[in-house]
Design a protein around this ligand. Structure first.
Ligand code: HEC
Length: 107
């Protein structure tokens, strides 16, 4: 299946639970699901936990994008996240915006 990224993804609205249907394939094709699940800790924190931690931070989307791209250490424990420098930039943007918007999931 080919997933078209909608034009409005450039200036996204606040994510809703249905946003996850378009974010999920981006997480898997960029290898994030090796270490992350939406609602439970795997190697890395769940996206719900990250969203909670960043919920009061201005510009969380940009901070998260930089950390996803460049890697992260010391924020959640002793295991670092390596840089995801091969990942698709537009995919990472959409993922970061979804997390910054609370990582809403379908029921
Ligand atoms: C090899 C395992 C691994 C992969 C692959 C991985 N992560 Fe991580 N991720 C981690 C770990 C471990 C942490 C916790 C790092 C820390 O404590 O700072 C983390 C942290 C994060 C954080 C939170 C950063 C913070 O400041 O709190 C986000 C967001 C995140 N990852 C998103 C992603 C996304 C999106 C992808 C795919 C492009 C991805 N990760 C791929 C292991 C991984």
């Amino acid at each position: 299946m080919i997933l078209a990224i909608p034009v409005q993804a450039q200036t996204p609205a606040k994510p809703s639970p249905s946003t996850y249907a378009s974010v999920e394939p981006l997480l898997s094709r960029n290898g994030c699901t090796t270490c992350h699940a939406p609602a439970k800790k795997v190697v890395g924190p769940s996206f719900k936990d990250v969203a909670r931690k960043y919920s009061q931070i201005d510009g969380a989307g940009g901070v998260l994008l930089a950390k996803i791209r460049g890697g992260s250490s010391g924020a959640w424990g002793s295991v670092p996240m390596p840089p995801n420098s091969q990942a698709n930039e537009q995919d990472l943007r959409l993922i970061a915006q979804w997390i910054a918007g609370g990582a809403p999931l379908p029921e």
